[in-house]
Design a protein around this ligand. Sequence first.
Ligand code: HPA
Length: 313
Amino acid sequence: MNGNKYTNGEIRNGNGFETNGDSCTYDDLMITAKYVLDRIPKMPSIGIICGSGMGQYWNEGALADTLQDKTIIPYGEIPNFPVSTVEGHAGQLVFGACSGTYVVCMQGRFHHYEGYPLWKCAMPIRVMKLIGVEFLIATNAAGGINPAFNEGDVMLIKDHINMMGFAGNNPLQGPNESRFGPRFPPMCKAYDRDLIEKAKDIWKNQQFDGRLFEGVYTCLGGPNFETVAELRMLKLLGVDAVGMSTVHEVLTARHCNMTVLAFSLITNECVMDYYDHSQPNHEEVIDVGKLRQSTLRRFVEEIVAYIAKNRMK
Ligand code: HPA
């Protein structure tokens, strides 16, 4: 097919391969940031991405829902913002106080499988930066590859493997915006060691139910779950958990020098054997998220309290 066609508002080239499209300029992002700042009483210093298990799908008792003095801005009202296309995602920014600290929660995130280029999936991170966020807490649901992991376990992400980056797909592709960060950002300390250690202490001291691990995460494009051969390959590469998000958000956050803590809720054990007849499915992901959401909410509240007390200037 010749020429461009538009899908989900993005430019695709004639081969059907997604290009980086017309990425948001700094000025576009400033318009978005100003729209948001005009609607909130003060600037948040911590951003929290609520993945499945953190109240992406249901609100009662979820972190974003329990913030004090909330301001809610639906994504659809925010200029230049993508909209969540996955059924059941709340699709809104929720501002308010968490453990006494003013934060912003993304209730619903953007995935590559929705048809968005990676820069657009991660664009809210740059908006967060422009409205004052210095610390990012990213959460997700993931399949457990490490045989020690069970459903309901939590894995602090100590590092990632950027599989989509290996294939030449990266949110930082295209002209570098040096007002955010350098052309060639280092990624060797992407996940803050102090926060990982403190998160482990918090889990232990608060005696949260269930098990906490740390490990390596990878993001694949989805939307299909992986084949057995793919999972075995990921295991050989040293991957402990696999999902469809987070890596591009973390790349974008580290590019603009945010401090990052991320964790995965293990919602299913990956099927690593041809004779295992179980199959992963989205409902299971949601069900495990529901079961674990109050523990994860309390975990994040404690992490926010630690950051506010010890890490903020
Ligand atoms: N694979 C990819 N993404 C996921 C999985 C999985 O097994 N579980 C939850 N998100």
